[in-house]
Write a protein that binds this ligand. Structure first.
Ligand code: NAD
Length: 345
């Protein structure tokens, strides 16, 4: 039997390394550095599956072209799927994802950003490299005793909560679906905005919570609040954030994601003039730390991503179902076929 062929888009060196190791030559995987777009779609001609990441835009046009080329599976090598038109894909092409690969990686990165920010490590690092040992302007604050508001108490949010409790912080949380009996103190979103010294986002981006951080919600927050976003950039209206920082209302922002990140993140623009004025303004601010969607990037997570993605492909082509299938109908459908380990359609 011919090997299953996978067209791997937006491939980076670290992807190749982990997938080559995990694949052990079982599938034919061809790595393309380009993203999957309507223009690059033709590269998938003759393949059984495409493997894509967070910034590949799987819109209607891409879906139509993949279906036309008889590609049967979109294998996301990430958890979030806000970049895929899952509603349009339903009934046309199957989608699988990696629901969890290392929630620790993301939660620990969120805390790394917070500590870096409040203890001014990013400033101190640059100073001491230049033999500047002055402490002026580096005063931080204790995390102990501060209130952290966690939005989204799933896998990552809960680990972040545990880490914060280890620091002696008070934790309050908001989740659209609160976990009963979890010992987490749930509050309304307004209460979370009002009471938190630090707010960290760990919920998916949906059409309903897009720009949940906006001028109105920022107005309700404490003066000096620290915002951490390792979830999805679209949760924050960046223009409002910039304004909030300029007005000294937001004390600091730690951003691993940015709503316009697909144009810049994962690329080296160090020799270019960046066109995105909002991003340039953010980066110029001393109390803003930006990392380029790297929260997931640990050896453990990469290995789990490769193993789960290839297991998803195996399950789909060999066993005929996808237990990690994404199906936009699931929340509505009683007796969902996935519960019986069958394909969604
Ligand atoms: P999860 O599914 O385990 O938890 C998400 C939680 O958010 C759930 O408890 C859910 O009830 C809650 N939720 C859903 N809609 C909500 C809403 N409108 N408001 C508040 N809460 C809501 O997911 P997870 O594994 O913890 O991941 C959380 C998010 O982290 C992902 O959606 C993804 O966007 C992001 N992520 C980022 C990276 C990175 O590298 N920066 C890596 C992985 C995941």
């Amino acid at each position: 039997m011919d090997k299953i062929k996978i067209a791997f888009f937006d491939a980076k060196d670290y992807d190749r390394e982990s997938f080559i190791k995990s694949n052990e030559d079982k599938y034919q995987i061809d790595y393309f550095e380009t993203r999957l777009t309507p223009d690059t779609c033709r590269l998938a001609e003759g393949y059984d599956a495409v493997c894509v990441f967070v910034n590949d835009d799987i819109n209607k046009e891409v879906i139509d072209k993949l279906v036309e080329m008889k590609v049967k599976l979109i294998a996301l090598r990430c958890a979030g799927y806000n970049n895929v038109d899952v509603g349009y894909a339903y009934g046309k092409i199957h989608i699988v994802r990696v629901p969890a690969y290392s929630p620790y990686a993301v939660a620990e990165h969120a805390m790394a950003l917070l500590l870096t920010s409040v203890r001014r490590i990013h400033k101190a690092y640059i100073r001491t490299r230049d033999f500047n040992f002055s402490l002026n302007g580096l005063t931080g604050f204790d995390l102990h005793g501060k209130t952290v508001g966690v939005v989204g108490t799933g896998k990552i949010g809960r680990i972040f909560i545990d880490i914060c409790r280890g620091f002696g912080m008070n934790v309050i949380a908001y989740d659209k679906f609160p976990a009963e009996g979890s010992g987490i103190e749930y509050v309304s979103l307004d209460e979370l905005w009002e009471k938190s010294d630090i707010i960290s986002f760990h919920c998916p981006l949906t059409s309903e919570n897009r720009h949940m951080v906006n001028a109105e919600s920022i107005a309700k927050m404490k003066k000096g609040v620290v915002l951490i976003n390792t979830s999805r950039g679209g949760l924050i209206d960046t223009e409002s954030l910039v304004e909030g920082i300029k007005q000294r209302k937001v004390g600091a922002a730690c951003l691993d994601v940015y709503e316009e990140e697909s144009n810049v993140f994962f690329h080296d623009y160090s020799n270019h003039i960046v066109d995105d004025d909002t991003l340039a303004r953010l980066i110029s601010m001393p109390n803003v730390i930006v990392t380029s969607h790297q929260a997931f990037l640990t050896a453990e997570a990469l290995s789990n991503i490769a193993d789960t993605t290839l297991a998803n492909v195996a399950e789909f082509f060999e066993k005929g179902y996808g237990s990690n299938e994404v199906c936009y109908k699931c929340p509505e459908v009683k007796n969902c076929t996935q519960e019986h380990k069958k394909k969604c359609f």
